[in-house]
Design a protein around this ligand. Structure first.
Ligand SMILES: [Zn+2]
Length: 307
């Protein structure tokens, strides 16, 4: 009985410790690729409704997420990556700034915690222009949040989001959230855009992964014998789309092309055993894709205690 009481007390004290004030520390994780340091930074997360998924019923989606011990409906990580190479600093995507609610927009705060000021960013490498990737470029007054950065982005995304006839075909929500936001965010950088082709930063090559948007781009980091493909939005809900690459998102510009690019990328990284990172892989996102007789599997890399 005494033993039971002391046990209850211990349980009680644990319960008291885990109260509403307990918060995770900033989501930052460093990973070395040869001589390059890549840092995953969590911009936060989105709780998405099942209606963002296409070619799968909500019941089937829920069954897969439940089987994978994941929240239902899907909770989608939003990650950015910092690349430090040859004395320069790049950030891959900018998160959503303060445009998408309290669970997002943590990039700037996390950079401060690792002593990187936005002024120090030499280059912003954009995987594409969507609000959770590029709304962190500018402040609400239209000023640059990265005052000294050059911007690498596919011309195809710039052209598409500035295409008035494509905007006229879009519905009201798409017009405001995608077309107008992309135009507003990129406006103060129009004199410092660079094409997403070839080597775009020391030890980083742009890779065409179009489909999700017309200019969707991945960035391959290579140093010595190490490599890492930061693949942008090759999948949004990895627990579902790695098993079922045919599942698309309501915001894919060209769903068929997105499926083909997803399969081609899975084939490439699984056969070459390339480490990947992604904006919507569960934080920090460093993972491998394995091909088996039933399709593909995603295998998150083990946490490393030193970078
Ligand atoms: Zn995204």
């Amino acid at each position: 009985m005494i033993w039971l009481l002391s046990r209850l007390k211990r349980t009680e004290s644990v319960r008291i410790m885990i109260n509403d004030d307990v918060k995770q520390v900033t989501g930052v994780y460093h990973r070395r690729i040869g001589d390059v340091v890549v840092t995953a930074i969590s911009d936060g997360y989105i709780d998405a409704p099942y209606s963002v998924l296409q070619s799968i019923s909500p019941i089937d989606a829920q069954a897969i997420l439940t089987e994978e011990f994941k929240p239902t409906p899907p909770r989608i990580s939003v990650n950015c990556y910092v690349i430090q190479s040859e004395g320069k600093i790049a950030v891959v995507d900018t998160g959503s700034g303060d445009t998408m609610g309290p669970t997002l927009g943590l990039l700037a705060k996390s950079l401060m915690e690792i002593d990187i000021d936005l002024k120090q960013i030499d280059t912003v490498l954009l995987t594409h222009m969507h609000p959770d990737h590029s709304n962190g470029l500018s402040n609400p007054n239209g000023g640059r949040l990265f005052p000294n950065a050059e911007i690498v982005v596919s011309e195809k995304d710039i052209e598409f989001w500035h295409d008035d006839s494509a905007m006229a075909r879009a519905n009201e929500s798409q017009r405001v959230r995608y077309f107008e936001a992309a135009r507003f965010q990129i406006a103060p950088y129009m004199d410092r855009l660079h094409s997403a082709t070839g080597e775009v930063f020391p030890n980083v090559r742009a890779i065409d992964l179009s489909g999700h948007t017309p200019g969707h781009t991945g960035y391959m980091v290579e140093s010595g014998s190490d490599s890492l493909l930061i693949w942008g939005d090759i999948c949004h809900v990895p627990d579902i789309q790695v098993r079922r690459p045919e599942v698309t998102m309501v915001f894919d510009t060209d769903p068929e092309a997105a499926i083909n690019t997803r399969r081609r990328t899975f084939d490439m990284v699984s056969s070459d055993k390339v480490l990947v990172a992604g904006m919507h892989l569960h934080f920090p996102g460093f993972s491998y894709i394995m091909k088996n007789k039933d399709g593909y599997r995603i295998i998150p890399e083990s946490w490393a205690f030193t970078a």
